[in-house]
Design a binder for this molecule. Structure first.
Ligand SMILES: NC(=O)c1ccc[n+]([C@@H]2O[C@H](COP(=O)([O-])OP(=O)(O)OC[C@H]3O[C@@H](n4cnc5c(N)ncnc54)[C@H](O)[C@@H]3O)[C@@H](O)[C@H]2O)c1
Length: 251
């Protein structure tokens, strides 16, 4: 099937690798034009070259309000409007609550929670001007079910779910839908802090084998189709939902 998001103008953050990059690839394969915003300029330039003329890279630090405002304004200019904002930038740090620093706590909340507020704040008027649209936020299974070493990460991701439901109520009259994706374990380098906390890769694999009913970690390609669905008009009657993709852990 091709063309599921044909003509859509999409900004996605945190998309120079892994889940976000796979979503950007699938958006373009399905007919969209995509602006990628990420702090990693080297990878961003390479990805934009690789994905071709339907893709444009803008450097952004999502913890900075001015940066996010510029990403949205410059992105909208390149795209000629805005139909969807996907907020996928994320940060992970692990540690026992008794040893966790305020700096690490604040860093997690700045990327994982507050950035979603900045994005929505500057994108909403553009989505309204397009006659409606879709905001896709990124939380985590960790935002729904906690685990040791994950207090700050879980709290920062849980906040995104609450933010999503409130924002969805606020923007529904403008036909702007807001949903949030909650991936479980996805096999990317993002999880290294959690793996270190658990005692290494083997220990993590044992946990995955014991708690994931489908018996394996996810891959970026297991998560990306949900971004396409939530941006497409196929999900036109869906808002305020947290969609968990985790091999069956959360039930
Ligand atoms: N991998 C998993 O198991 C898993 C599970 C649940 C949720 N998630 C979430 O999925 C998203 C993508 O994760 P991933 O596994 O693909 O890892 P990833 O490291 O490839 O993606 C995170 C992206 O965010 C970018 N980023 C970090 N800080 C930034 C900042 N200040 N400004 C702009 N960009 C910034 C990084 O450069 C990177 O491209 C994250 O939000 C993560 O929390 C991942």
């Amino acid at each position: 099937m091709a063309g599921r998001v044909r003509g859509k103008r999409i900004i996605i953050t945190g998309a120079v690798d892994n889940i976000g990059l796979e979503a950007a690839r699938q958006f373009i394969a399905e007919g969209a034009r995509v602006v990628i915003g990420d702090i990693n300029e080297d990878k961003g330039a390479a990805v934009a070259k690789d994905l071709g003329e339907a893709c444009h890279f803008i450097r952004v630090d999502v913890t900075r309000e001015d940066d996010v405002r510029a990403l949205i304004e410059d992105g909208v200019e390149w795209l000629g409007g805005l139909d969807a904002l996907c907020q996928n930038a994320g940060l992970q740090r692990s540690g026992k609550v008794t040893e966790f620093s305020q700096d690490d706590w604040d860093a997690l909340f700045a990327v994982n929670s507050r950035a979603h507020f900045f994005g929505a704040k500057y994108a909403a008027d553009h989505l309204r001007a397009a006659g409606g649209g879709s905001i896709v936020n990124t939380s985590s299974l960790a935002g729904q079910r906690g685990g040791p070493g994950m207090t700050a990460y879980s709290a920062s991701k849980g906040a995104v779910i609450a933010f999503t439901t409130a924002l969805a109520m606020e923007l529904a009259p403008d036909k702007i839908r807001v949903n949030v994706i909650c991936p479980g374990w996805v096999d990317t380098a993002f999880n290294q802090p959690a793996i270190d906390f658990m005692g290494g890769r083997k220990a993590q694999e044992e946990v995955v084998a014991s708690i994931v009913p489908l018996g394996r970690q996810g891959e970026p390609s297991d998560i990306a189709p949900m971004f396409v669905y939530l941006v497409s008009d196929e999900s036109r009657y869906m808002t305020a939902q947290a969609l968990t993709i985790d091999g069956g852990v959360y039930n």
